[in-house]
Design a protein around this ligand. Structure first.
Ligand code: SF4
Ligand code: SF4
Length: 125
C-alpha cells in the first residue's frame, strides 16, 4: 500500500513531470501512474515523510527541510478530509472529496509553496 502525506494528494493530480531532481521526478511519475491505473487502491495518509519524500533531495534524516510548512499543509488537508494521520482510504474517494478544495481555499493551503503559480496555471489551462 502506498503511504502519502496528505498534501501530496493535492500535488499528484497537478504533477506535469517537473520536480526537485531526476530521481524525485521519476518516482513521482511512477506513483502518479500507479494511482491513475488503479485509482481504487488504498492509500495510507500521513503527515510525515512518505513514498514521495523518500526520493526527495529535501529529505534530511527522515525530516523535510521545510517540515513546519509542509506539516501545516498536511494538517489542513487532513482536517478538510476529516481524517487522522495513519488512516487509509481509496485514492479515488480522496480525490473526489478534494475536488471541493479549490479557489481561495486551495491557494490558502498552498500559499507558501514555490510551485503554486505553476499549479494554478494548470487549473486555469
Ligand atoms: S519538499 Fe519535503 S514534503 Fe515535499 S517531497 Fe520533499 S521532503 Fe517531501
Ligand atoms: S502548490 Fe505546491 S503543495 Fe500545492 S499542489 Fe502545487 S506543488 Fe503541491
Amino acid at each position: 500500500m502506498l503511504t502519502l502525506r496528505a498534501h501530496h494528494l493535492l500535488c499528484l493530480p497537478r504533477f506535469r513531470g517537473r520536480g526537485y531532481s531526476e530521481e524525485f521526478t521519476a518516482n513521482m511519475a511512477a506513483v502518479a501512474k500507479s494511482l491513475s491505473e488503479n485509482p481504487r487502491q488504498l492509500v495510507r495518509i500521513t503527515d510525515g515523510p512518505d513514498d514521495i519524500c523518500d526520493f526527495c533531495p529535501h529529505l534530511n534524516n527522515r525530516q523535510c527541510v521545510n517540515a513546519r510548512n509542509v506539516k501545516k499543509r498536511d494538517r489542513q488537508v487532513l482536517a478538510f478530509l476529516g481524517l487522522q494521520a495513519g488512516e487509509s482510504r481509496e485514492y479515488a474517494f480522496l480525490q473526489q472529496r478534494l475536488h471541493a478544495l479549490k479557489g481561495a481555499a486551495f491557494q490558502k493551503c498552498c500559499a507558501d509553496c514555490g510551485w503554486l503559480d505553476l499549479c494554478l496555471s494548470f487549473a486555469e489551462a
